[in-house]
Design a protein around this ligand. Structure first.
Ligand code: TRP
Length: 408
């Protein structure tokens, strides 16, 4: 605990690492399927409201707790509020991270599986992408192999150290992913029949809106920004004293939201343009559920020259974006065990890895367990954690710390 903690080296490294955590499958896989489920434009409006009014302030709060304590998520509360029950907020966060990894790693596995399919040239001869995705869903073993591979890959980066692992990878890969998404978005909106998808995204109608839209959008906002479990506390603990927390939070949130909206601009126009029966398209989108990305996008690639190259590039960058997110999740849980139970970093990582693999195996066999972890973490644990973190910063924490925030 007394060893000097490392800090991120440069300003751009700070934003890149936090954005690397935020931008992941949450933006490109979960956001579109939540938007489809939530009825389109209204969901997106509520989502953006949640980012502005809850997301950004909460991210600043997490950064603040992290930087002023320089400890892991649970230790941070312990240090700033010794002998109080606040440490349970940190513990809840660590548990949330674990629960998220229990289904997230499975989707990471799907990404690897599709990357291999793309490289092996299996996607550009296919016409039934829904059937292809169902085949993967019905094959737990295939999902488990890739899920384990991804979890081990994440563990490798965690063991190899904070700076090298997280900072370096995020700096190069994020801009590449962004550029690729931009190209795909242009292709998608220039498809014939794409306008229906754009209208679904940007023209609010009450038609498909659900009463739970607020909770759904809030859960998605928290999930996508990596907030509500203390992930940004851990990252904030690596910031140096000159980092402007508010500015960083705004930059990360804007980037994260741009990527999510871009993913929407790719997926919905493609889905509308490439579906034969547009009358049932919204129902189909909803029914697509967690498979939406994997069903719609291969169809889009096939509308492009050299489709194999685009598909391979996309799934490769998606896997890497997911990796910077899983690294942040695993870092939270590992650092907690490492600093609180004084196990070595390597041993802590192995312990976490084993636990995640067990949850991942159950999620691969049972889609209801998968959904249970997804819903419990995003819609209940993250908002609850976020609520307590806000209370902590706004009510308990030394006012001077919070006040100094505006001076940096
Ligand atoms: N935000 C990431 C994504 O959008 C997932 C993630 C990483 C996360 N760390 C987190 C979600 C912490 C909630 C809390 O894919």
């Amino acid at each position: 605990m007394n060893e000097k903690r490392v800090t991120f080296a440069s300003k751009i490294g700070v934003v890149a690492a936090a954005a690397g955590s935020a931008v992941g499958l949450g933006n490109i896989w979960r956001f579109p399927s939540q938007t489809a489920d939530g009825g389109g434009a209204i969901f997106i409006l509520v989502y953006i409201g949640c980012i502005l009014f809850f997301g950004i302030p909460l991210m600043v709060s997490e950064f603040l707790v992290g930087r002023s304590s320089r400890a892991n998520t649970a230790g941070a509360f312990h240090k700033l509020a010794p002998g109080t029950p606040w440490k349970w907020v940190g513990r809840l966060g660590v548990l949330t991270g674990f629960v998220i990894m229990g289904f997230y790693m499975v989707v990471c596995g799907w990404t690897l599986d599709y990357l291999i399919q793309a490289v092996a040239g299996q996607l550009h001869t296919e016409t039934d992408f829904a059937g292809r995705f169902t085949a993967l869903q019905n094959n737990p073993l295939r999902q488990i192999v890739w899920m384990i591979a991804f979890t081990l890959l994440t563990a490798f980066f965690i063991i190899s150290g904070v700076k090298k692992g997280i900072e370096q990878s995020a700096k190069i890969l994020m801009p590449m992913l962004f550029l690729l998404l931009l190209i795909l978005a242009i292709r998608a909106i220039t498809l014939e029949g794409a306008s229906g998808g754009l209208a679904f995204l940007f023209k609010p109608t009450m038609e498909h809106v659900k009463p739970t839209v607020f909770l759904d959008a809030m859960g998605q906002a928290f999930f996508s920004l990596s907030i509500g479990m203390g992930c940004m506390i851990t990252y904030g603990s690596y910031f140096n004293n000159h980092t402007n927390l508010t500015k960083t939070a705004i930059q990360v949130s804007v980037l994260d939201t741009l990527v999510a909206i871009l993913a929407g601009i790719i997926i919905f126009p493609s889905a509308f343009a490439l579906t034969a029966n547009s009358a049932t398209i919204v129902d189909e989108l909803v029914a697509g559920g967690p498979g939406l990305l994997f069903i719609t996008l291969p169809g889009l690639f096939n509308q492009m020259p050299a489709s194999m190259v685009w598909a391979a590039m996309f799934f490769c960058l998606l896997a890497l974006a997911a990796l910077t997110s899983t690294i942040s999740l695993m870092e939270v849980v590992t650092l907690y065990i490492h600093e609180e139970y004084l196990l070595s970093r390597r041993k802590s990582t192995l312990l976490v890895t084993a636990g995640v693999i067990v949850l991942g195996i159950i999620s691969s066999f049972s889609s209801s367990f998968f959904n249970f972890l997804d819903i419990t973490s995003a819609k209940f644990m993250l908002p609850a954690g976020g609520f307590f973190i806000c209370l902590f910063v706004g009510w308990y924490l030394d006012k001077k710390l919070v006040h100094d925030l505006s001076m940096d």
